[in-house]
Design a protein around this ligand. Structure first.
Ligand code: NAI
Length: 332
């Protein structure tokens, strides 16, 4: 059987790491017809928007996409394509497994946690305005519906993966109503899942504890902004943004993409680490229930990382993006 999958190359290092991921997936034996859909600044002239309808339509038709990072202008310009995509397709759960791979230089061993980030609201709701020229306001939206379903999602993933604990991360001591609602929803959902331990932690304390003892955490569920920040921080615990994959999951649509952005500082040099993009592909294959192929690729990546001979500069090596990908293929 062949799958039809939307491929969004993105910009910056996107096209480089996506080419590497595509090459590895194609070499693994699974049959995929890739439908390439471009988004971001490069399509604005032609379509008048960085997120043309045909990109959304392609994902709606295929139900699954593998996506590269897309640059968002800072402090001005168009709204984030990434946030737009997540909101318009209602991809409510952002899932980021953070784990140590043997051989990857980092300070910790045996980290294996999952960040589950609410992906559609919070401070990313896009409700911002100026108050004259003396102030600006952003409105943080937390709803019961989105909080219930993200908590439910976190417990379901814990159960499916045989994990033991869910920790809700919040700032309900200060944002008593909005984060308070998020926390109350998490607590109520926890009562329905007695088989999984539940606790909660304030986001600042969580940050410290993650740096001190990341091994103590299992599944973390949190509102949008905390999830964004803690994902990058957690990536730093296990070797950096080059190695952490991710998925945006909705009711029956999913878009897989690494945690990292378009990395303009290294774009076009063929030195970006494609591990995160390849592992996002592994998450995609598991979603498609292609468990055998997914494991084959994951094992090959783990082998190459463990040997540490042909790895990219962020991991202390000298290999180019495509050399790493070729080495993974050699180890399939
Ligand atoms: P970034 O994640 O692109 O880069 C942060 C640092 O990590 C840079 O030094 C970069 O070189 C390094 N890095 C990232 N990925 C790497 C990889 N695969 N291999 C080796 N090194 C890697 O974050 P930054 O610079 O804050 O954002 C750049 C642009 O990306 C912005 O426009 C931002 O809005 C966008 N972005 C897009 C995302 C998406 O499309 N999902 C997610 C995050 C940021």
């Amino acid at each position: 059987m062949a799958y039809n999958i939307t491929l969004i190359p993105g910009d910056g290092i996107g096209p480089e790491v996506m080419e590497a991921a595509k090459m590895v997936i194609d070499a693994s034996g699974v049959k995929i017809n890739w439908e390439v859909a471009e988004a971001g600044a490069k399509v604005i002239d032609e379509y008048g928007t960085p997120l043309p309808d045909y990109v959304i339509d392609s994902i709606k038709k295929n139900r699954v996409a593998l996506k590269g990072p897309v640059t968002t202008p800072v402090g001005k310009g168009f709204r984030s394509v990434n946030v737009g995509l997540r909101q318009s397709l209602d991809l409510y759960a952002n899932v980021r497994p953070v784990k140590t791979y043997s051989g990857v230089p980092c300070r910790y061993e045996n980290v294996d946690l999952i960040i589950v980030r609410e992906n559609t609201e919070g401070l990313y709701a896009g409700i911002e305005h100026n108050v004259g020229d003396v102030a600006a306001e952003s409105i943080k939206v937390i709803t019961k519906k989105a909080s219930d379903r993200i908590a439910e999602f976190a417990f379901n993933i814990a159960e499916k993966q045989g994990r033991k604990k869910v920790t809700a991360v919040h700032k309900a001591n200060i944002m008593k109503l909005s984060d308070g609602l998020f926390l109350n929803c998490s607590r109520k959902v926890a009562e329905k899942h007695k088989d999984i331990q539940f606790n909660d932690m304030i986001v600042d304390a969580m940050s410290m504890r993650l740096v001190q003892n990341p091994q103590n955490y299992d599944v973390l569920v949190m509102p949008n902004l905390y999830g964004d920040i803690l994902s990058d921080m957690a990536s730093g615990l296990v070797g950096g943004l080059g190695v952490v994959p991710g998925a945006n999951i909705g009711e029956d649509i999913a878009v897989f993409e690494a945690v990292h952005g378009s990395a303009p500082d290294i774009a076009g040099k063929n030195i970006a680490n494609p591990t995160a993009a390849i592992l996002s592909g592994v998450m995609m294959l598991k979603y498609l229930e292609e468990y055998e192929v997914a494991k084959k690729i994951d094992d090959a990546v783990a082998k190459v990382l463990k040997k540490g001979e042909i790895v990219t500069t962020d991991l202390g090596g000298t290999a180019k993006t495509m050399e790493f990908a070729q080495e993974v293929i050699n180890n399939l």
